[in-house]
Design a protein around this ligand. Sequence first.
Ligand code: OFO
Length: 164
Amino acid sequence: MNTTIEKLLNNQIKYEAQASLQYLAMASWADATGYNGVSDFFYSQSDEERVHMSKLIKFVNQRGGSVIIPALDKPKDSYQGLNELFAKFLESEMFVTEQINHVIFECLQQKDYNVHNFMQWYVTEQLEEEAMARTLLDKLNIIGTDKSGHYLFDRDINVIAANH
Ligand code: OFO
């Protein structure tokens, strides 16, 4: 495997792992704060990111590359409220999208069409996740600081997410 691509894929393994850990911290914060719907949402986002990570690990191994299982940074685990939580969610998804675009760009530079093809799944996935994060944050921006709005958001989030 081309060493530049191998390095980028290993970086991507770390970003997916970091996102998984970040969403786990968010799920736990929401759980402890009484937002059970939000908590379920982030537990499942965390699981999804872990799948994204392991899919990359398996692919790099399959292609004969060297996988580095990364050390992770401590995730942010305290929030002032739902608005800050979902702003962080969108920020995290935008960061991951940017990194995936970078991998795609390098695949084309290095003419590695196999990895390019594999990464298309991530492009589609990111498009959906970023759009969902933006929709949820838009809703919270409309709600503002209204407590009953937050109550309803927590009650309905998984329905909103499932129908997105
Ligand atoms: Fe891995 O899909 Fe979002 O970040």
